[in-house]
Design a protein around this ligand. Structure first.
Ligand SMILES: [Fe+2]
Length: 281
Protein backbone atom coordinates (compact mmCIF):
# COMPACT_ATOMS: atom_id res chain seq x y z
CA UNK A 1 0.00 0.00 0.00
CA UNK A 2 1.24 3.45 -0.92
CA UNK A 3 1.75 5.38 2.33
CA UNK A 4 0.62 8.53 0.53
CA UNK A 5 -2.70 6.97 -0.40
CA UNK A 6 -3.97 5.75 2.93
CA UNK A 7 -5.30 6.85 6.32
CA UNK A 8 -4.98 9.47 7.82
CA UNK A 9 -4.38 11.51 4.63
CA UNK A 10 -7.03 12.78 2.24
CA UNK A 11 -6.37 11.73 -1.34
CA UNK A 12 -8.20 11.12 -4.63
CA UNK A 13 -9.44 7.53 -5.00
CA UNK A 14 -11.47 7.35 -8.18
CA UNK A 15 -13.16 9.34 -10.92
CA UNK A 16 -16.26 9.09 -13.05
CA UNK A 17 -16.15 9.82 -16.77
CA UNK A 18 -19.05 10.58 -19.05
CA UNK A 19 -18.47 8.77 -22.34
CA UNK A 20 -19.93 8.92 -25.83
CA UNK A 21 -19.58 5.23 -26.70
CA UNK A 22 -19.80 2.99 -23.64
CA UNK A 23 -18.96 -0.24 -25.51
CA UNK A 24 -15.75 1.14 -26.99
CA UNK A 25 -14.82 2.67 -23.65
CA UNK A 26 -15.35 -0.61 -21.81
CA UNK A 27 -13.15 -2.34 -24.37
CA UNK A 28 -10.40 0.26 -23.84
CA UNK A 29 -10.61 0.19 -20.06
CA UNK A 30 -10.60 -3.62 -19.80
CA UNK A 31 -8.21 -4.54 -22.63
CA UNK A 32 -5.76 -1.64 -22.61
CA UNK A 33 -5.88 -0.45 -19.01
CA UNK A 34 -6.55 -3.96 -17.68
CA UNK A 35 -9.28 -2.99 -15.22
CA UNK A 36 -12.13 -5.37 -14.32
CA UNK A 37 -15.81 -4.49 -14.33
CA UNK A 38 -17.07 -5.08 -10.78
CA UNK A 39 -20.52 -3.54 -11.14
CA UNK A 40 -22.66 -2.79 -14.14
CA UNK A 41 -25.96 -1.09 -14.74
CA UNK A 42 -26.49 2.50 -15.73
CA UNK A 43 -22.89 3.09 -14.72
CA UNK A 44 -19.98 0.69 -14.96
CA UNK A 45 -17.50 0.46 -12.09
CA UNK A 46 -14.01 -0.71 -13.02
CA UNK A 47 -11.46 -1.80 -10.49
CA UNK A 48 -7.84 -2.88 -10.12
CA UNK A 49 -8.29 -4.81 -6.86
CA UNK A 50 -11.78 -6.18 -7.61
CA UNK A 51 -13.13 -4.30 -4.59
CA UNK A 52 -12.74 -0.56 -4.97
CA UNK A 53 -13.70 1.32 -8.15
CA UNK A 54 -10.88 3.24 -9.84
CA UNK A 55 -12.77 4.47 -12.91
CA UNK A 56 -16.54 4.70 -13.30
CA UNK A 57 -18.06 5.10 -16.77
CA UNK A 58 -21.48 6.22 -17.87
CA UNK A 59 -22.99 7.45 -21.09
CA UNK A 60 -25.07 10.59 -20.42
CA UNK A 61 -28.24 11.47 -22.30
CA UNK A 62 -27.49 13.33 -25.53
CA UNK A 63 -23.75 13.43 -25.02
CA UNK A 64 -21.80 16.18 -26.77
CA UNK A 65 -18.07 16.65 -27.33
CA UNK A 66 -16.40 18.73 -24.61
CA UNK A 67 -15.85 22.22 -26.05
CA UNK A 68 -12.23 23.42 -26.18
CA UNK A 69 -11.17 26.10 -23.69
CA UNK A 70 -13.29 24.77 -20.86
CA UNK A 71 -12.32 23.61 -17.37
CA UNK A 72 -12.24 19.95 -16.31
CA UNK A 73 -9.83 17.07 -16.64
CA UNK A 74 -6.28 17.55 -17.91
CA UNK A 75 -5.29 14.02 -16.96
CA UNK A 76 -5.72 11.50 -14.23
CA UNK A 77 -2.75 9.48 -13.11
CA UNK A 78 -2.54 5.82 -12.36
CA UNK A 79 0.24 4.90 -9.96
CA UNK A 80 1.71 1.43 -10.38
CA UNK A 81 3.51 -0.38 -7.56
CA UNK A 82 6.91 -0.89 -9.24
CA UNK A 83 9.25 -0.04 -12.12
CA UNK A 84 8.83 -3.59 -13.38
CA UNK A 85 5.08 -2.94 -13.65
CA UNK A 86 5.77 0.30 -15.55
CA UNK A 87 8.06 -1.54 -17.98
CA UNK A 88 5.44 -4.26 -18.49
CA UNK A 89 2.80 -1.62 -19.11
CA UNK A 90 4.94 0.16 -21.73
CA UNK A 91 5.53 -3.14 -23.53
CA UNK A 92 1.81 -3.87 -23.34
CA UNK A 93 0.61 -0.56 -24.84
CA UNK A 94 3.23 -0.89 -27.58
CA UNK A 95 1.93 -4.43 -28.33
CA UNK A 96 -1.60 -3.03 -28.54
CA UNK A 97 -0.38 -0.16 -30.74
CA UNK A 98 -1.72 2.51 -28.41
CA UNK A 99 0.00 5.81 -29.07
CA UNK A 100 2.23 7.04 -26.25
CA UNK A 101 1.71 10.82 -26.33
CA UNK A 102 4.50 11.69 -23.90
CA UNK A 103 6.86 10.42 -21.27
CA UNK A 104 9.20 11.91 -18.71
CA UNK A 105 11.34 11.34 -15.70
CA UNK A 106 9.93 14.00 -13.37
CA UNK A 107 12.52 13.38 -10.65
CA UNK A 108 9.71 12.49 -8.24
CA UNK A 109 8.25 9.96 -10.66
CA UNK A 110 8.74 8.15 -13.96
CA UNK A 111 5.69 8.59 -16.18
CA UNK A 112 4.27 8.06 -19.61
CA UNK A 113 1.07 9.42 -21.07
CA UNK A 114 -1.69 7.97 -23.25
CA UNK A 115 -5.26 8.96 -24.06
CA UNK A 116 -8.35 6.83 -23.75
CA UNK A 117 -10.60 6.19 -26.75
CA UNK A 118 -12.42 9.51 -26.15
CA UNK A 119 -9.35 11.67 -25.59
CA UNK A 120 -9.18 11.71 -21.78
CA UNK A 121 -5.56 12.09 -20.69
CA UNK A 122 -4.12 9.23 -18.67
CA UNK A 123 -0.72 9.28 -17.00
CA UNK A 124 0.78 5.98 -15.90
CA UNK A 125 3.61 6.31 -13.40
CA UNK A 126 5.73 5.05 -10.56
CA UNK A 127 7.20 7.10 -7.76
CA UNK A 128 10.95 7.39 -7.33
CA UNK A 129 12.61 7.18 -3.92
CA UNK A 130 10.90 9.79 -1.72
CA UNK A 131 14.25 10.69 -0.14
CA UNK A 132 15.08 12.76 -3.21
CA UNK A 133 11.78 14.59 -3.67
CA UNK A 134 12.48 17.60 -1.47
CA UNK A 135 15.82 19.41 -1.25
CA UNK A 136 15.92 22.04 1.52
CA UNK A 137 12.13 21.85 1.66
CA UNK A 138 11.74 22.52 -2.05
CA UNK A 139 10.08 19.99 -4.34
CA UNK A 140 12.39 18.98 -7.17
CA UNK A 141 10.10 18.25 -10.10
CA UNK A 142 11.75 18.22 -13.52
CA UNK A 143 11.05 17.01 -17.05
CA UNK A 144 13.92 14.78 -18.16
CA UNK A 145 13.71 12.02 -20.78
CA UNK A 146 12.09 8.78 -19.68
CA UNK A 147 14.36 5.72 -19.79
CA UNK A 148 12.04 3.72 -22.08
CA UNK A 149 14.83 1.34 -23.06
CA UNK A 150 15.76 0.51 -19.47
CA UNK A 151 12.13 0.05 -18.42
CA UNK A 152 11.24 -2.11 -21.42
CA UNK A 153 14.36 -4.21 -20.93
CA UNK A 154 13.62 -4.68 -17.26
CA UNK A 155 10.28 -6.24 -18.22
CA UNK A 156 11.31 -8.09 -21.35
CA UNK A 157 10.82 -11.53 -19.83
CA UNK A 158 7.52 -10.71 -18.14
CA UNK A 159 4.13 -10.81 -19.71
CA UNK A 160 1.56 -8.14 -18.91
CA UNK A 161 -1.70 -9.69 -17.81
CA UNK A 162 -3.77 -7.03 -16.09
CA UNK A 163 -3.28 -3.93 -14.02
CA UNK A 164 -1.68 -4.85 -10.65
CA UNK A 165 -4.15 -4.92 -7.78
CA UNK A 166 -2.09 -2.48 -5.68
CA UNK A 167 -2.56 0.20 -8.38
CA UNK A 168 -4.08 3.47 -7.12
CA UNK A 169 -5.28 6.76 -8.52
CA UNK A 170 -2.06 8.59 -7.69
CA UNK A 171 -3.10 12.12 -8.57
CA UNK A 172 -5.48 14.15 -10.67
CA UNK A 173 -4.63 17.18 -12.79
CA UNK A 174 -7.30 19.68 -13.79
CA UNK A 175 -7.79 22.63 -16.08
CA UNK A 176 -8.99 25.61 -14.06
CA UNK A 177 -9.94 29.18 -14.89
CA UNK A 178 -8.04 30.83 -12.05
CA UNK A 179 -5.11 29.58 -9.95
CA UNK A 180 -5.66 31.65 -6.81
CA UNK A 181 -9.37 30.86 -6.44
CA UNK A 182 -8.58 27.16 -6.64
CA UNK A 183 -5.59 27.47 -4.31
CA UNK A 184 -7.94 28.85 -1.64
CA UNK A 185 -10.44 26.03 -2.19
CA UNK A 186 -7.92 23.19 -2.05
CA UNK A 187 -6.25 24.70 1.01
CA UNK A 188 -9.64 24.71 2.69
CA UNK A 189 -9.90 21.00 1.89
CA UNK A 190 -6.63 20.54 3.79
CA UNK A 191 -4.10 20.27 0.98
CA UNK A 192 -0.74 22.07 1.06
CA UNK A 193 1.01 23.61 -1.91
CA UNK A 194 4.14 21.66 -2.87
CA UNK A 195 5.06 23.47 -6.06
CA UNK A 196 4.09 26.66 -7.84
CA UNK A 197 4.85 27.34 -11.50
CA UNK A 198 3.89 31.03 -11.45
CA UNK A 199 0.94 31.92 -13.73
CA UNK A 200 0.91 28.36 -14.98
CA UNK A 201 0.23 25.46 -12.58
CA UNK A 202 0.03 24.68 -8.86
CA UNK A 203 0.53 21.34 -7.16
CA UNK A 204 -1.03 20.28 -3.85
CA UNK A 205 -0.76 17.32 -1.50
CA UNK A 206 -1.12 16.04 2.03
CA UNK A 207 1.62 14.36 4.04
CA UNK A 208 4.42 15.68 1.82
CA UNK A 209 3.47 13.62 -1.22
CA UNK A 210 4.79 15.34 -4.37
CA UNK A 211 1.20 15.98 -5.47
CA UNK A 212 -2.27 14.51 -5.11
CA UNK A 213 -3.85 17.34 -7.08
CA UNK A 214 -2.49 19.60 -9.79
CA UNK A 215 -4.25 22.36 -11.67
CA UNK A 216 -3.23 24.66 -14.49
CA UNK A 217 -4.49 27.50 -16.67
CA UNK A 218 -3.15 25.98 -19.89
CA UNK A 219 -6.65 25.89 -21.42
CA UNK A 220 -6.99 29.63 -20.82
CA UNK A 221 -8.07 31.93 -17.99
CA UNK A 222 -11.63 32.78 -17.09
CA UNK A 223 -12.83 29.86 -19.19
CA UNK A 224 -16.25 28.33 -18.48
CA UNK A 225 -17.04 24.84 -17.19
CA UNK A 226 -18.23 22.47 -19.93
CA UNK A 227 -21.98 21.79 -20.32
CA UNK A 228 -23.55 19.04 -18.14
CA UNK A 229 -23.91 16.60 -21.04
CA UNK A 230 -20.36 17.09 -22.38
CA UNK A 231 -18.19 13.97 -22.26
CA UNK A 232 -15.23 13.97 -19.88
CA UNK A 233 -15.03 14.30 -16.11
CA UNK A 234 -18.31 13.88 -14.22
CA UNK A 235 -16.64 13.97 -10.79
CA UNK A 236 -13.68 12.72 -8.86
CA UNK A 237 -13.73 11.33 -5.36
CA UNK A 238 -11.55 12.35 -2.43
CA UNK A 239 -11.36 10.00 0.53
CA UNK A 240 -11.02 11.74 3.89
CA UNK A 241 -9.93 10.01 7.06
CA UNK A 242 -12.88 10.17 9.47
CA UNK A 243 -16.55 11.13 9.86
CA UNK A 244 -15.40 14.06 12.05
CA UNK A 245 -13.12 15.29 9.28
CA UNK A 246 -15.96 15.00 6.77
CA UNK A 247 -18.28 17.00 9.02
CA UNK A 248 -15.59 19.62 9.58
CA UNK A 249 -15.13 19.99 5.81
CA UNK A 250 -18.90 20.26 5.30
CA UNK A 251 -19.01 23.09 7.85
CA UNK A 252 -15.99 24.89 6.36
CA UNK A 253 -17.30 24.61 2.80
CA UNK A 254 -20.67 26.04 3.85
CA UNK A 255 -19.06 28.86 5.85
CA UNK A 256 -17.09 29.86 2.77
CA UNK A 257 -20.07 29.68 0.39
CA UNK A 258 -18.95 26.62 -1.51
CA UNK A 259 -21.39 23.89 -2.50
CA UNK A 260 -21.67 21.26 0.26
CA UNK A 261 -24.53 18.88 -0.33
CA UNK A 262 -24.86 15.86 1.94
CA UNK A 263 -25.92 12.71 0.15
CA UNK A 264 -25.96 9.55 2.24
CA UNK A 265 -22.49 9.29 3.77
CA UNK A 266 -20.90 11.69 1.27
CA UNK A 267 -20.55 15.41 0.60
CA UNK A 268 -20.85 16.71 -2.93
CA UNK A 269 -18.92 19.88 -3.68
CA UNK A 270 -17.48 21.71 -6.67
CA UNK A 271 -14.13 23.41 -7.05
CA UNK A 272 -14.31 27.08 -8.12
CA UNK A 273 -13.89 26.02 -11.76
CA UNK A 274 -16.93 23.76 -11.69
CA UNK A 275 -15.27 20.34 -11.38
CA UNK A 276 -17.45 18.19 -9.15
CA UNK A 277 -15.86 16.41 -6.18
CA UNK A 278 -17.39 13.77 -3.95
CA UNK A 279 -15.94 13.57 -0.46
CA UNK A 280 -16.20 10.15 1.14
CA UNK A 281 -14.81 8.44 4.22
FE1 LIG B 1 0.27 14.26 -13.71
Amino acid sequence: MSKYHTHPLSYPVNLKLKVMDIDRSLKFYTEILGLTVIEEGKEFKLSADLKNPLVILQSPENPVIKPPHTTGLYHYAIKLPSRLDLGKFINHVKDKEVEIVGGANHGVSEAFYIEDNEGNGIEIYVDTDEKNWFVNGELKMVTDPLDYKGLMNLAKNDKWEKIPEQTVLGHIHLHVDDLEKNAKFYELLGFQKTLELPNSAYFYSQGKYHHHIGFNVWNGRNIPAPPENAIGLEYYTIKVSTEEKLMELERKLKENDYLAERKDETIITKDPSGSKIILII
